[in-house]
Design a protein around this ligand. Sequence first.
Ligand SMILES: Cc1ncc(C[n+]2csc(CCOP(=O)(O)OP(=O)(O)O)c2C)c(N)n1
Length: 326
Amino acid sequence: MSDIDRALLRDMLRVRRFEERCVELYSATKIRGFLHVYIGEEAVATGVMSALTAEDAVVATYREHGHALLRGMSARLVMAEMYGKVTGCSRGRGGSMHLFDKDLRFYGGNAIVGGGLPTAVGLALADHLRKRDTVTVCFFGEGAMAEGEFHESMNLAELWHLPVLFVCENNLYAMGTALKRSESEINLPMKAASYEMPAWSVDGMDVRAVAETARRAVDSIRAGGGPHFLEARTYRFRAHSMFDPERYRDKAEVKLWRERDPVDLFTAVLRDEGVLDDATLQVMEAEIAAEIEDAVQFAEQSPDEEIGDLLRFVYSPTSTAAGRPS
Ligand SMILES: Cc1ncc(C[n+]2csc(CCOP(=O)(O)OP(=O)(O)O)c2C)c(N)n1
């Protein structure tokens, strides 16, 4: 198996297994608050991230555990954040929806639909003005395209010719609202193209296709091609969040998409090519399981924030230098 294929498979499996464990821990009330998992969509972040360098910037949504892990955040930091522990990447104050790491240039984790788009345009503008050879990638769901921020961001990115890759993870539903019920035009690249930027669509269940298309887009942006839009057609296999009774889509549809599970599809391709065998897969699975269990143990054993520190980083007109109201 080539190093590239090994990395793509490993990355998708890591995200899948990490989140399956999160679902279990959520049911066991170890993880609290909201939890939106990415299960079914792994090929998108995996493929796109494979086209980036460490200098590039990444902005994601609240369905971002996979993006954070793939960007290089350790499973320990992510899991501790899920647990609300002080050792988490946001000191346990953000939880599942607010993973963030400035050194990795991973800027969220955004709870606000569409909120990442202007952030990404701002980051790209700053890099552009500093003449840095970087690309900012912004992941968002198709639900964000109904927000005014989407249109403002697309317009300014093109007007200023900024190095941004807009990646729309089109899983067909924004919570319980089907795309076709909320948008008059559901050809998403066409909408983006109306802002005069190159706009492409890719099968988001095929990790090689995503990686290749993302590579072309990123190369074109780096060569001075300005912003690009990429729609990845995908599907979330589980509910919107842990609180969603999922009454808006029928089981047959979910079953049909599950037959195109990106992890299974890629495993089958590699087996057909004769480059992946059971033993290799088992070793990979065992390494991933060990990494995740280590992260769970780390989170379990980590301390909560000290009560005396709770007002640190909280701003108010009455704050003192020590961060406590007088
Ligand atoms: C501005 C704003 N409006 C509404 C919400 C409530 N909300 C949370 S998730 C969501 C659906 C977003 O769907 P989409 O962007 O397609 O992403 P997906 O969940 O499918 O990944 C909505 C409406 C919100 N968080 N922010």
